[in-house]
Design a protein. Structure first.
Length: 193
């Protein structure tokens, strides 16, 4: 990998087309690599890796950006959505919007929404909610955290919204879900003895 000089960093943040073909930059947190002229959201400097060629970036397991197409080809939709899904899985507890997902995955919000739904069968927002509710269910069973604390830890800090969404997705309030799971566990232990 190449060293990030001040000139190259300036080329990236200024989307300088004169540097295209001289190097490619990869963003470690997204797994995507771009041309210096890419108009995607400015990455954090510490998350950048540089390559002389697109082939080097590909062999280091980075995927080409859908926006600037550094290999001249588009990333297949299923690979693109896999990147987005992996990002959501790692960051579900953060404030994630469609615009943020589009920025980090180097696409437009409309195209991302449409493609995500085509590939996964649900929208990105539905997937984020699904991940948050699954994590909340796990915490309700395995921890003694207060309901508000569970909601906050999965990215749903508005308690009334968390409770409403949880009930909509599971059929139970968080408190009744926890109580039901404790009862189930008690029955299993009772029947097992």
């Amino acid at each position: 990998m190449e060293t990030l000089t001040d000139d190259k960093w300036q080329a990236i943040i200024n989307n300088d087309t004169s540097y295209d073909g001289q190097f490619y930059y990869a963003v470690k947190t997204t797994g995507i690599f771009c041309r210096p002229s890419c108009k995607s959201r400015q990455p954090n400097k510490e998350n950048i890796g540089l390559f002389y060629t697109a082939e080097q970036a590909l062999s280091a397991k980075f995927r080409p950006c859908k926006r600037c197409k550094p290999t001249g080809e588009r990333l297949p939709d299923d690979e693109w959505i896999t990147l987005v899904t992996e990002y959501i899985d790692r960051n579900y507890m953060d404030n994630i919007t469609l615009d943020i997902l589009a920025d980090i995955s180097h696409g437009s919000p409309y195209h991302l929404h449409r493609t995500f739904k085509k590939v996964r069968g649900i929208t990105p927002v539905e997937y984020i909610q699904q991940q948050r509710i699954e994590q909340a269910k796990e915490q309700l069973i395995t921890t003694g955290k207060a309901i508000a604390e569970v909601g906050s830890s999965v990215g749903l800090s508005n308690s009334p919204y968390f409770i409403t969404l949880f009930k909509k997705k599971t059929g139970y309030t968080p408190a009744s879900y926890r109580q039901k799971q404790i009862q189930k566990l008690g029955e299993v232990l009772e029947n097992g003895n």
